[in-house]
Design a protein around this ligand. Structure first.
Ligand code: RNT
Ligand code: ZN
Length: 412
């Protein structure tokens, strides 16, 4: 018996069909964020990253051009099993020699991305970039300055149109996430006025009806950012309410809550009131909300919720982390493979047995089954899945080493 056959029989004895698990996994898309490849720099040469987020590290080999970033993405995607999408930010526009302001961007500036995605038969997701720009110094959509708000509202509108064009040209619904960093370092006297301004701006951004087959909009909350430690206009309660009111997706970023607060516990609540949600799968570490995703209990908890409640179509999974201190492709691939691994582990859970134990009130059995299932021969199924998807097993690590020698190390 091969190792795979043996592992399959172990799962079968617990009522789990591994073939079915792999088929279901293959149909769950995970959106790979382009910004791990270049430290959220983009192609505007706009200078410093702002908005209370930070990339630390100066590991050599960062992608500096659209060509390099797409080549790195091609390579990273060749090491990630399952169905991937690619998530772009407005910062990644390519407008040629002419300077196009963010409030005037059109899909023309993304023609290369669209062609690339078409050739790969891959879906694109999108984000307006409400940061890293001189107009973002005093806030964006919630700024007290009406001219600043107007600029960013126009940017939001332009981005929704670009996203609809992605949807149209690729024949795959784009998911557009709106996150703006507006907040304050110290305790504000008035927390209401910025929220009123934010709501008014968002209403203007979302005023235009866009076919939901082409684009779905999400709004992302945050607890605090660097330099905005005391107040964030777009808090969780703000966006939970706003998403429900407007029928938008709520984006839950795993790094945007109090350290012991988990988004895995929010998914089933949010989906009682919303059609769909978006996840930014990330890993918070102390003040940072964006470490590379590892196979933590919380990552497993997120995957378990999606699988146990059949939220495959209602939870859109996106990744959001950035580490400039290690090989960026290894960072990308590690986090993306971990997301896939967590989903596969959930799919291989002896769900029927655990549910029965819970329903009959046998909580010791529920606990014991959950704990025993952690050490089932998962590795064999994972390897079989990678093989099926034509991506390497653990040898991906040496492939990245080779790419570093042959490609990244030449970027001086
Ligand atoms: C920032 C948000 C946001 C960004 C990306 C670049 O705290 O998480 O999603 O990380 O859009
Ligand atoms: Zn995020």
């Amino acid at each position: 018996m091969s190792n795979y056959e043996y592992a399959k029989s172990v799962y079968a004895s617990l009522g789990v069909d591994v073939e079915k698990a792999m088929d279901r996994l293959a149909a769950i898309p995970v959106s790979l964020h382009c910004w791990q490849g270049d430290d959220v720099s983009g192609f505007e040469n706009s200078g410093e990253l702002s908005g209370g987020i930070a990339v630390t590290g100066n590991y050599p080999g960062r992608a500096r051009t659209p060509q390099e970033l797409r080549a790195d993405l091609d390579f990273a995607l060749s090491l990630i099993p399952g169905t991937s999408r690619v998530n772009l930010h407005a910062l990644y526009a390519e407008c040629g020699n002419k300077k196009v302001e963010r409030n005037e961007l059109t899909a023309d500036c993304f023609a290369n991305w669209i062609d690339w995605a078409k050739a790969k038969d891959i879906a694109l997701d999108f984000n307006p970039s409400y940061f890293s720009h001189p107009m973002a110094e005093s806030g964006t959509l919630a700024s007290p300055d009406a001219a600043v708000r107007k600029f960013w509202v126009e940017h939001g509108i332009a981005c929704r149109r670009i996203a609809a064009e992605f949807g149209r040209q690729l024949g795959k619904t784009c998911v557009t996430n709106h996150w703006c960093p507006d907040g304050s370092k110290d305790t504000p006297f008035d927390r209401l006025a910025p929220r009123e301004r934010l709501m008014e701006s968002l209403d203007a951004v979302f005023a235009e009806d866009i076919d939901k087959k082409l684009n779905l909009d999400a709004v992302e909350s945050k607890l605090f950012g660097i330099g905005a430690e005391s107040f964030t206009a777009g808090s969780h309660e703000f966006y939970m309410g706003y998403a429900i009111k407007k029928g938008l997706l709520l984006c839950l970023d795993a790094g945007h809550f109090h350290p012991t607060e988990l988004i895995s516990d929010k998914i089933s609540s949010a989906l009682m009131f919303l059609d769909d949600i978006l996840l930014h799968v990330s890993r918070g570490v102390r003040w940072d909300s964006d470490h590379v995703v590892t196979l933590t209990d919380e990552l497993q908890g997120i995957a378990d919720e999606i699988i146990r409640h059949n939220y495959d179509k209602r939870v859109h999974i996106g990744l959001d982390y950035f580490d400039g201190s290690i090989n960026r492709i290894a960072a990308w691939v590690t986090g993306a493979r971990n997301m896939q691994k967590a989903l596969l582990r959930s799919l291989l859970e002896p769900a029927q047995l655990i549910a029965e134990a819970e329903q009959s009130g046998n909580f010791a059995k529920r606990l014991a089954l959950m704990e025993e299932s952690r050490t089932l021969p998962f590795h064999e199924i994972w390897n079989a899945y990678c093989e099926r998807c034509n991506v390497p097993g653990i040898s991906w690590i040496s492939e990245v080493g080779k790419y570093e020698n042959d490609v990244l190390s030449l970027r001086k």
